[in-house]
Design a protein. Structure first.
Length: 288
């Protein structure tokens, strides 16, 4: 199928894009990588009157250090994040998760901002943002505002972005000393959306878990922070009993639904297994 007719503009500055978006509101859609938006348009599930292409705004594509954080522009390609040395050094969880997103051709076009704004419950990046305690910076005509990842996702395919706002960058805390991370998911085939996946960052101090940050994808109406599983690990020696306890806690926290790919019960079970595996791998890396 082909999309319904629409007008197309390609601004070259963020201010210009914000002005155009603010003038058209809900009648306009933003085009980033297009890997999610174009199928929606082609199947006429969405019929905006105006498409605003962000690909000519060079200021929105970058990876740079910003004190104790790594700042990533919303238009940064997923393949760039996958291979960036700053990401590998300071936010290895994000680099590892990126390798699970679809296939190389998709990652060459897809952007981190596009994925986050799409807010697909099975997508890897939203879960990573929760586990990494990231901050998402958005801008509109009234200026910038900062949104904690825990407050950004608002249900299936919805966020707390206000009308006229554009996601401009993501700020991710650098991995602290003594930390290890892991991202593990189960999919029917490589490149498919995960039946369930878990992002984990573990910080050890004197052999015990000082901090645990866990989040799941594919296991609810959006990314799920696994706070119960985190509590099960805190203060423990991260032995097998503690790791399995975290897995059981995760199973109680997720709220998956049945679909043609898997039953809710199976997704729940997989979320627990993926939690235990991700934690075990993160602990192993923290000890290395």
């Amino acid at each position: 199928m082909k999309p319904a007719s629409f007008r197309y503009v390609a601004p070259t500055s963020l201010d210009e894009a914000i002005d155009i978006l603010g003038s058209h509101g809900s009648d306009a859609r933003l085009l980033a990588g297009g890997q999610s938006l174009m199928p929606v348009l082609n199947f006429r599930l969405g019929q905006p009157s105006l498409l605003i292409d962000l690909n000519r705004i060079a200021d929105l594509a970058f990876v740079r250090e910003d004190g104790d954080r790594v700042a990533i522009g919303a238009m940064t390609r997923q393949s760039a994040i996958e291979t960036d040395p700053l990401v590998a050094r300071h936010v290895p969880l994000l680099a590892e998760a990126t390798g699970n997103i679809a296939h190389r051709a998709v990652r060459n076009r897809g952007t981190i901002g596009g994925s986050l704004v799409q807010a697909d419950p099975a997508a890897e990046y939203p879960a990573c943002m929760l586990a990494l305690d990231a901050t998402l910076v958005v801008r509109g005509r009234d200026g910038e505002r900062r949104i904690a990842a825990t407050d950004f996702f608002d249900g299936p395919l919805t966020t707390t972005l206000a009308e006229g706002e554009i996601l401009v960058r993501i700020e991710v805390p650098k991995a602290p000393p003594g930390s290890g991370s892991a991202f593990i998911e189960l999919a029917r085939r490589h490149g498919d959306f995960a039946l369930a996946g878990v992002a984990a960052r573990i910080v050890l101090a004197n052999g015990s878990v000082a901090r645990a940050s866990l989040a799941a994808c594919g296991a609810g109406p959006g990314p799920v922070r696994l706070s119960g599983a985190e509590q099960a690990l805190l203060g423990s020696r991260a032995d097998e009993a503690a790791i399995q306890s975290a897995g059981r806690a995760a199973m109680r926290e997720v709220e998956p639904e049945s679909d043609l790919h898997a039953s809710a019960a199976y997704r729940r079970r997989i979320a627990g297994v993926m939690t235990a595996r991700a934690v075990a791998r993160a602990v192993e890396r923290a000890k290395a």
